[in-house]
Design a protein around this ligand. Structure first.
Ligand code: ZN
Ligand code: ZN
Length: 137
């Protein structure tokens, strides 16, 4: 069954939609790597990997920033909220959408965790999902 999701930045100038053939097309994961920590300003990043063609901006144009490790993030030039990110390999195939920017994120709950070796000591494991020591692919 197809899933239509919508999301926006804090000030709502950037709006986007996601059209998935099924919820399984999205892969939501936590990532405990240092790059995600820094970008999200928290102890982990939380994104949903979706096919590029399922993701579309409905309003506004994002600003972009490419960091040294090759990860590009798209964000709102007004409020600064990140909307999505992608590495060089994924650039023409996938978007990693910032989970908290979705209106109904619970429709695509986490399936796994990456870079668990960097997990903050007080952060428990998410039960019943996969756990990888490193690599985010
Ligand atoms: Zn904004
Ligand atoms: Zn990461």
């Amino acid at each position: 069954m197809g899933v239509h999701l919508q999301g926006h930045c804090v000030c709502q100038k950037l709006r986007y939609s996601l059209d998935l053939d099924s919820p399984d097309e999205a892969r939501t994961t936590l990532c405990h790597c240092n790059s995600c920590r820094r970008a999200f300003g928290t102890n982990y990043g939380l994104t949903a990997k979706v096919p590029l063609q399922s993701f579309k901006y409905e309003n506004g144009n994002p600003k972009t920033h490419k960091q040294e490790n090759g990860v590009t993030r798209e964000f709102c030039g007004t409020c600064g909220a990140f909307i999505c990110e992608y590495g060089e390999e994924a650039a023409d195939k996938f978007r990693y959408v910032m989970w908290g920017t979705l209106d109904e994120p619970e429709k695509i709950p986490p399936k796994g965790e990456f870079f668990c070796k960097n997990r903050t000591g007080w952060m428990p494991e998410i039960p019943d999902v996969f756990h990888k020591r490193e690599i985010k692919e």
